[in-house]
Design a protein around this ligand. Sequence first.
Ligand code: HEC
Length: 233
Amino acid sequence: MKCSPVKYCFHSIVCLAAFTIATFGHDIITTKLTYTRDISRIFARRCVACHDAGSSIPLTNYQEVRPWAVSIKEQVLARSMPPWGAVKGFGSLMPDDALSQEEMMIIASWVIGGAPNGDPALLPKAIPSKPRPPVTATQDVLTVTNNAVVQSTLTVTGIRPLPSTIVVSARIVAFLPDGRIEPLVWLYQFDPKWNRVFQFRKPIALPAGTRVESSASLRFALESEPKVLSRVQ
Ligand code: HEC
């Protein structure tokens, strides 16, 4: 069959249209990083404890993660996720779950490169996720609005902010009766929906007469582990 010029022209338009859809209808992949090999392992360590299957934004597989890719890049580069909400180096707090610089770059490059899934065989066998921090293992021993004086000696293991709105910046400090100053936590861009306890590396003894003070208007609770609490008179 001979192809008339008109027919040929029609075919090439169809071809061109098909080519355009194939190319631009999907993301152009420009990265060798993949979800299955690289991202799933970082997320298992850093995200899935909160973003598990039952959460409002589950991030446990590629289908769940892909629609959030751009938001994930923004959250991670802004250090909004994983949430921390405090300034590092102020007070003596347990290490946070912040991403390393390398992990941040892997996530950002993967998203910019088109967020490909990759070979399903490279997924980790079982995603071992860290359990959520044990928020219930501590209890409030003193609730403070802006500042308070400790009436009888307390051994505190952490601090739980109780704000109603995002805290831009608030330093919480304990002034001990012997003149020592104990920095507890410096909240920074802390969002109340995180509902988290900042745990101290070591329990801190606050003798009677200690004044605990926040530099900005704030409600917070001093926490103690129940077993420590029972020893406090
Ligand atoms: C300590 C718990 C926690 C961890 C760990 C955590 N997130 Fe989140 N994340 C949250 C909460 C809470 C929200 C708000 C959910 C909501 O509004 O329903 C959120 C929201 C998000 C959102 C949506 C933001 C938006 O656009 O509204 C993204 C994307 C996100 N997280 C990504 C991540 C990634 C990626 C990680 C790991 C690198 C991570 N998160 C780790 C608790 C966490």
